[in-house]
Ligand binder design. Structure first.
Ligand code: NAD
Length: 542
């Protein structure tokens, strides 16, 4: 076949409302009933074959200890080694496919997800990761669709980049996928991150070993099945839920390890990077390391800030999905004059947020992911309550009786270096430091210095000077910066996402910056009529 094919121009997938009476609400409720009443057995998947290791773990809903959703089989180093050999072999055939055929698999997955798979992936995310319908919709439906449609489009734009050619020569750039395999390690908090970490390198021709988070195996499994239905050949992505240390040891000691596509905590990424450094002489190529990691995301208000907009951003930005977004606001700096005006309304509105199971659509807040998160987050709340340097002014209650529930909590910290202003808590906890109105400039310095992270941040100011000061002074404090908006909710194609400093390599998920990391170009020069003698004109006698 000949022709210069173009991937269809992408648009962001529309967000369904799930309002009462809509067909999508009825369909989602039915899927919740179906997935909530069955117990799925999830195998390791290698070369398209189900592998049941017999070492199983239960999947229970974070919001309901009694709700058993299934079991998954744990992969260890032996399965990881088998999966690596399989994916390295599968990649050879896959990379030889014409680009339009590989792109079509992912475009088909996007369309299947937008239509027939939407309610399944949403229900699995809502039940397995405790998300409400809206939070799941923007993640498991819209963002995955966007990653695949925009990913194919951006890859197309990269492939178009070609060098110039001089007379008698044709220069070309061939965008080869990485030689070997990419190790994709995904977190619990976004179904779309797993779909992207495994899917994007695969789309451009890499073979992928995908280790999902143990808390997102259910939605990860359905993501894999979606790709399978869309026509992804066996082995291009091998699905290996399992023991992180054992699988990592198998992956990172392998000569064909060609790249790490990671999202998760800073600590784990740093340990993986250290391992790569130690093993560097083992590898056939220098591995590409892409990691998006933790954050301590801020909202800083100027004395001119709009009160209602600031209050709304604090609540939505801090508490949606229980604050378990890498981008969630978790520290705010508010001038005393503004604080006086918004404090009581902010406290009341926070205390009114409805909490409970995600199957009751009236709930804004659901459960945190597991007992470890519950203990760590409540530890911060208890220490703040007991501290002379902080007050818990809203929420603060919690219970693990039925599920891991923590009320959205506001802490007023009297010191800008109180632990709740500095650490990534990764839960529904927002810490606020109230500063004297005349210390705007010093406050910007404090925002910049307080945390090692630089993921997201927002400034609220009606005065343009305030906006400019924050943009300048906080230039390196956030990879995604918001003006008069909450610091969460980045959309593929609109706000390419990623942070610097300890927050990651800033390769901007869902953009060309990321895709390019999975490609290793070959420059080809073809000379039409090659020279046949060695001498140059300057060598001739005058
Ligand atoms: P996590 O670091 O606990 O786990 C992430 C992944 O790493 C999981 O698959 C886990 O099994 C694996 N892992 C854990 N220990 C490992 C080890 N020793 N070796 C190899 N793999 C190991 O993170 P999480 O709790 O799933 O997710 C929350 C964290 O992710 C937060 O810090 C959050 O800020 C971050 N995050 C960042 C972004 C971003 O874009 N910057 C997005 C989402 C989440």
């Amino acid at each position: 076949m000949s022709g210069t094919f173009r991937v269809p121009a992408p648009v962001n997938e529309p967000i369904h409302s799930y309002a009462p009476g809509t067909p999508e609400r009825a369909e989602l409720k039915a899927a919740l009933g179906r997935i909530g009443s069955q117990q799925v057995e999830i195998p390791v998947i290698i070369g398209g074959e189900a592998v049941r290791t017999g070492k199983t773990h239960e999947i229970r809903a974070p919001h309901d200890h009694d709700l058993l959703l299934g079991v998954w089989h744990e992969a260890g180093p032996a399965e990881a080694r088998k999966a690596i050999a399989n994916t390295v072999a599968a990649r050879r055939e896959w990379e030889s496919w014409p680009w339009e055929d590989r792109a079509a698999v992912f475009l088909k997955a996007a369309d299947l997800l937008a239509e027939t798979w939407r309610s399944t992936l949403n229900a699995a995310t809502m039940l397995g990761q405790s998300k409400n319908a809206f939070q799941s919709e923007i993640d498991a439906a819209c963002e995955i669709v966007d990653f695949y449609r925009f990913g194919a489009h951006f890859a197309d734009r990269i492939f178009e980049q070609q060098p110039i050619s001089d007379r008698g020569v044709w220069n070309r750039m061939e965008y080869r996928p990485l030689e070997g395999f990419v190790y994709a390690v995904s977190p619990f908090n976004f179904t779309a991150i797993g779909a992207n970490l495994a899917g994007t390198p695969a789309m451009v021709g890499c073979g992928v070993l995908w280790k999902p988070s143990k808390h997102a195996v259910l939605s990860g499994y359905y993501t894999y099945k979606l790709l399978e239905e869309a026509g992804l050949p066996p082995g291009v992505i091998n699905f290996v839920p399992g023991n992180p240390a054992g699988i990592t040891e198998a992956a990172m000691s392998h000569p064909d390890f060609a790249g790490l596509h990671f999202t998760g905590s800073t600590e784990v990424f740093q340990s993986l990077w250290t391992t790569v450094g130690r093993n560097i002489a083992t590898y056939r190529s220098y591995p590409r390391l892409v990691g998006e990691t933790g954050g301590k995301d801020f909202i800083v208000a100027h004395p001119s800030a709009d009160h209602a907009a600031l209050r709304t951003a604090i609540i939505r930005g801090s508490f949606e999905y229980q604050g378990q977004k890498c981008s969630a606001a978790s520290r705010a700096y508010i001038p005393r004059s503004v604080w006086k005006a918004i404090r009581d309304d902010l406290v009341d509105e926070t205390n009114e947020l409805r909490m409970g199971v995600p199957t009751d659509f009236r709930n804004f807040i659901n459960a945190v992911i597991d007992r470890g998160a519950f203990s760590s987050i409540t530890g911060y709340i208890d220490r703040a309550a007991a501290s002379a340097d902080a007050d818990v002014i809203a929420g603060g209650e919690y219970s693990d009786a039925e599920g891991f529930f923590i009320r959205p909590t506001l802490i007023e910290a009297r010191r800008p270096d109180h632990e709740s202003m500095c650490d990534e808590i990764f839960g529904p906890v927002m810490s606020i430091y109230v500063y004297p109105d005349n210390e705007w400039s010093e406050t910007l310095d404090t925002v910049d210095r307080t945390s090692p992270y630089a993921l997201t941040g927002a400034v609220f100011s009606q005065d343009r000077t305030g906006v400019r000061n924050a943009l300048d002074r906080l230039r390196n404090a956030a990879g995604n910066f918001y003006i008069n908006d909450k610091p969460t909710g980045a959309v593929v194609g609109q706000q390419p996402f990623g942070g610097g400093r300890a927050s990651g390599t800033n390769d901007k998920a869902g953009s060309a910056f990321n895709i390019i990391r999975w490609l290793t170009p070959r420059t080809i020069k073809e000379t039409m009529v090659p020279p046949t003698s060695v001498g140059y004109p300057f060598m001739e006698e005058a």
